[in-house]
Design a protein around this ligand. Structure first.
Ligand code: ZN
Length: 162
């Protein structure tokens, strides 16, 4: 399966909702906080137009952002916390429930590991602004995400701000 075979059905790319556009822009800002030299992911969880939590991809707190890790792809993948999971953890640290929230994610589609976290946190809607084409290594993971989201009744869509 290659990147171009991924279909973006159920998209709402024609005229994004004003608030969806605002929050995905906020998620893009949050993404810039990441120190990952290759990809910066931003995530914002929202309910009733209020931000509950934010997250970006990075190493666990206390682990230095050293080139030894960030430039070592294999090690980095083992240690890095995805933006979506950091958003969930930050919400937990602040005592904020994500039940019924909408989550905005930039750059890459939600991987199957983060999809499980979002499902278990009670997130009901996911809006993604994804760079295209989606890199091959994420396509298979996202296929699993789509299946889980559909089975769990999570509304997901893509937004294109370009
Ligand atoms: Zn992930």
């Amino acid at each position: 399966m290659n990147a171009t075979s991924l279909s973006l059905e159920n998209t709402s790319q024609q005229s994004p909702d004003k608030w969806d556009e605002r929050f995905i822009r906020l998620a893009k800002e949050v993404a810039t906080w990441s120190k990952d030299p290759s990809r910066k992911i931003g995530c914002v969880a929202v309910k009733n137009r209020r931000v509950l939590a934010t997250g970006y991809n990075g190493l666990p707190k206390g682990i230095p952002d050293s080139p030894d890790i960030l430039d070592n792809r294999e090690l980095k993948y083992k240690l890095v916390v995805h933006g979506e999971m950091n958003c969930i953890y930050n919400a937990a640290a602040n005592g904020a429930s994500l039940e019924g929230s909408t989550v905005y994610v930039t750059t890459l589609p939600v991987c199957s590991e983060c999809a499980k976290g979002l499902i278990q946190s009670g997130v009901s809607r996911v809006v993604m602004a994804t760079e295209l084409p989606i890199p091959d290594k994420w396509v298979e993971s996202f296929e699993l995400t789509k299946t889980m989201f559909q089975q769990c009744g999570i509304d997901y869509s893509f937004i294109d701000l370009t």
